[in-house]
Design a protein around this ligand. Structure first.
Ligand code: TNX
Length: 851
């Protein structure tokens, strides 16, 4: 994000285009007579937030400045300026401009010339003040991906490449009302928080993360001068390869040492998890790794990796030499069987390589479930045999005319279909490669097929298939139709769609699900990877959906279903039967196990008795307000439960409120310690239901989610994922920490502070430096430093001890050669400090005035 006022704008006035031709005439003219999007310049800046004291919400008044830098006019009629806006703009005439704001559909909006608009001449500019439907203080909420499209060429648009979003810094921009208790995070606040973290010496730190069940350090060390003899059963061939790859470059390649690295499958004392392992490093006997299964051996190898030097000698172009490993014995097993990460590739597509990289990261920290959010309103990302429209239509986004051949732009993907995050899908071969890649790392892939809400990509793709086949006169044209053309239901989804749900009254819906499930099963079979669970969505079906669909109403009459709530049960009963036929279990968002009821006129979710014994697993995301205890109520009622609470494990949430901190914030702000401090069995604070012993046994584990509305580039993915994923891994693998069970508040605070210090030091001094050294380094978030003024000097600290802090005294950005902070900074002026990783990468800086 840059300040846009760096470049002088053309005179800001609503310019009149003297020679504006009548609309019909203009339409007959050649394109060359009008300005293209590439010659327009657009600036967005927030004027102020307008807080509604009653609702604590509000609106935001923002100014778009549009300048015509070309030599042709923007005509009086016949065009639209399109953009995505997450919370939308209020539709209607835009005062003083002659333009009208409109919702095209979902989060796509446009400005159109109304009757009063007379054009924008070359060299002229105009101000367009729009109202956003929510408070805005992050750039993500500003319009994204603006482009210009002429009515004459309805299927093509041209990006406004010269677009900038102004930083939000002024008080009226940052005022979110007296009721908002969340302050901006200041360097002083960070200083106070960081000051509670002890700086621990390296040798006081445990050897690895996530914390093993037990580590016994033994006297001496094992010296490896060459590659050990790797002895492994045939069933462990994959793990033997992993072991060899781990050690390659660390030890001399010439000859093998007499020492053995033994990989075995066997009993692990005191643990019955299939992922349990014992890793013994013995000065004489060598390395013995015993896993309860191959998965256990693989997990143990990740522990071995963390005991090796961070960089193999050959990566430093040094001769690989002698490796000394500490003698020890680790006996380890995970706390939870489900340690998951959800990636949304529908909102913004991610390449197969990015998925591989994520799987590597998950494997490294012993996560074992990859929840693959493959479909949503804005994209269907998996090729399905015999249903080409799913990907030709549903996996591509771009500007569309009245006969769309693909989905509209979303999340700033722009007018063309070439955007790598707007358009893209996994071919069957890609998907199979991902399955194999995950399986080699003992990670289960749980594909998600979103339904019945969040299904617009499929709904529209299947409608397009219907059009194609009907035009050809095919008798089966409607076979997979998911929506009824006569559906008059009135509803709006959180993403503002009004046409995105699968209709349970359409037989096509079941035929479609059957077809897709069968094909996904076939792909898993081809990959040699059993498909055990499909996540069948279930979240956020908007109120009002289905209510006026002729198909749904007919089905309800036929089946004597009293309401759409009962229709829901009917729908998932049939979905479950389809899955069962293929030997697949259903999991879904919490709504899959919940029944929508009303209490005091307000909707409430209670455990749905209909499905509790069907083996459904629920991923519970909503722990806000009255739903705080919903996860526990579902687990207590018998549902296998995965905790994915928005307040602690939603990695698309920004770390804090500051405008420069990326992400969304509808549920919470999620700092690193927000994840670390999560207590799975006791997180209800406001007097709801607590977890029973029966319920506790139904908690399968934890999952972090990365929805990707604001995640296009890999660097952003890294930033939001890491290091928060390490805190997730610690909570999901390590034993329940003592502080989580301590009842005495003071004792608990003491225990927690010590444990946090241990974790922060491990990250700063061991875990993250290793990642910095690894090839394809992860661009994890490096927190801005904490700063405080103390008797005319500046004190600086950091969230993670071990990072080098560097400063400047003239307000400029610190760089690799700036002086390091070694104590209080005596210089006067604007002191700016940033933290640097071992590989020289800097995090965002903080600054303070030292007058
Ligand atoms: C809610 S939580 C959603 C997603 C959005 C996410 C953004 C849930 C199951 N659904 O569709 O992407 O919020 O944070």
């Amino acid at each position: 994000m840059r300040h846009f006022l760096t470049r002088a704008l053309l005179p800001c006035a609503i310019a009149f285009f003297a020679g504006a031709a009548p609309a019909t005439h203009a339409r007959q003219q050649a394109q060359a007579d009008v300005v293209g999007g590439a010659q327009l310049q657009l600036r967005w800046s927030l004027l102020r937030n307008v807080v509604d004291a009653k609702t604590q919400g509000g609106t935001a008044l923002a100014r778009l400045t549009l300048a015509n830098l070309g030599s042709k006019p923007l005509p009086a009629q016949g065009w639209g300026l399109y953009f995505n806006s997450m919370d939308g703009v209020v539709p209607g005439p835009v005062q003083g401009t002659g333009l009208v704001a409109e919702q095209v559909g979902g989060q796509l909006f446009r400005l159109r010339p109304g009757n009063g608009f007379t054009g924008l001449a070359p060299g002229a500019s105009m101000q367009i003040d729009v109202v956003h439907s929510s408070l805005v203080f992050k750039a993500e909420k500003a319009p994204q991906g603006p482009y210009l499209a002429y009515d004459k060429r309805p299927a093509s648009g041209e990006a406004i490449a010269d677009y900038q979003i102004a930083a939000m810094t002024r008080p009226e921009q940052l005022d979110t009302g007296a009721a908002d208790r969340t302050p901006l995070t200041t360097p002083q606040m960070l200083f106070a928080k960081n000051a509670a973290t002890a700086d621990l010496p390296l040798d006081a730190l445990p050897p690895l993360l996530p914390t093993p069940a037990s580590v016994e350090r033994l006297p001496g060390s094992l010296r490896l001068a060459a590659m050990p003899r790797i002895e492994a059963a045939r069933a462990l061939a994959n793990e033997a390869d992993v072991a060899r790859a781990l050690l390659t470059g660390h030890v001399s390649q010439s000859g093998t040492s007499a020492t053995a690295l033994q990989l075995r499958i066997g009993k692990v004392e005191g643990h019955d998890s299939p992922e349990a392992y014992t890793l013994a490093i013995d000065p004489r006997a060598g390395i013995t790794l015993t896993g309860a299964t191959a998965a256990g051996v693989f997990r143990g190898l990740q522990s071995l990796r963390e005991l090796l030097p961070p960089v193999p000698a050959d990566a430093l172009e040094l001769p690989a030499g002698v490796l000394d490993l500490p003698a020890l014995r680790i006996v380890d097993a995970p706390r939870f069987t489900y340690r998951g990460f959800q990636l949304d590739v529908a909102r913004n597509f991610q390449s197969k390589e990015t998925v591989f990289r994520l799987l590597d990261l998950m494997a490294r920290y012993k996560l074992n479930k990859f929840h693959f959010h493959l479909t949503d309103d804005e994209g269907w990302r998996l090729e399905i045999a015999g249903l080409p429209e799913l990907t030709t239509f549903g996996a591509r986004r771009g500007h569309t005319g009245p006969q769309p051949a693909h989905l509209p732009p979303a999340y700033g993907s722009g007018p063309g279909t070439g955007d790598p995050h707007g358009s893209g899908h996994y071919t069957r071969a890609d998907y199979i490669a991902i399955l194999k890649y995950a399986a080699a790392r003992h990670i289960e892939v749980i594909p998600e097929l979103e339904m019945p809400g969040h299904a617009r990509a499929a709904v529209k793709a299947m409608a397009s298939r219907h059009r194609r086949l009907a035009a050809q006169g095919k008798p089966n044209a409607a076979q997979y139709l998911l929506s009824h053309p006569g559906d008059r239901s009135v509803y709006t989804s959180p993403q503002m769609y009004q046409d995105h749900v699968l209709d349970p009254g359409m037989e096509g819906s079941y035929a479609f699900i059957e077809r897709v499930v069968a094909d996904v099963v076939a792909m898993h079979r081809q990959a040699g990877v059993a498909l055990r669970t499909i996540h069948v969505g279930g979240d956020e079906l908007p109120e009002g959906a289905w209510e006026k669909s002729p198909a749904s109403l007919a089905l309800m009459r036929r089946m004597k279903l009293a309401s759409t709530v009962e229709l829901w049960d009917y729908f998932y009963d049939r979905v479950d039967r389809i899955l069962k036929k293929h030997g697949v279990l259903a999991s879904g968002w919490e709504e899959l196990g919940a029944r929508k009821v009303r209490l005091d006129g307000k909707p409430k979710l209670i455990p749905n008795p209909v499905f509790s014994q069907r083996g459904f697993k629920v991923h519970v995301w909503n722990n806000l307000g009255a739903a705080e205890d919903l996860a526990y109520r579902l687990a207590n009622a018998g549902y296998g439960t995965i905790l994915a609470p928005v307040t602690n494990l939603y990695f698309d949430m920004a770390h804090n409120k500051n405008p420069e901190e990326p992400g969304v914030h509808w549920g919470a702000y999620v700092e690193l310690d927000t994840v670390f401090s999560f207590v799975p069995f006791d997180f209800v604070r406001n007097g709801g239901d607590r977890l029973t012993d029966y319920g506790q046994a139904n908690i399968h584990g934890l999952e972090a989610t990365l929805f990707t509305e604001t995640v296009r580039e890999r660097a952003r993915l890294d930033y939001l994922t890491m290091p928060r994923m390490l805190a997730l891994a610690e909570r999901a693998w390590a034993a329940d920490p003592a502080w989580a069970r301590e009842k005495d508040a003071a004792a608990r605070a003491r225990l927690y502070a010590a444990d946090w210090s241990r974790f922060a030091n491990q990250l700063g001094k061991k875990v993250l430096p290793r990642l910095d050294a690894a090839p394809g380094a992860i661009a994890y978030r490096i927190a801005p430093p904490g700063l405080r003024l103390d008797q005319g000097r500046v004190l600086a600290n950091h969230q993670l001890p071990g990072f080098t802090l560097r400063y400047t005294a003239d307000g400029s950005e610190p760089h690799a050669a700036s002086p390091a902070v070694t104590g209080p900074i005596g210089s006067k002026g604007t002191i700016r400090v940033a933290a640097f990783a071992r590989n020289g990468r800097a995090g965002r800086s903080s600054s303070i005035e030292n007058p």
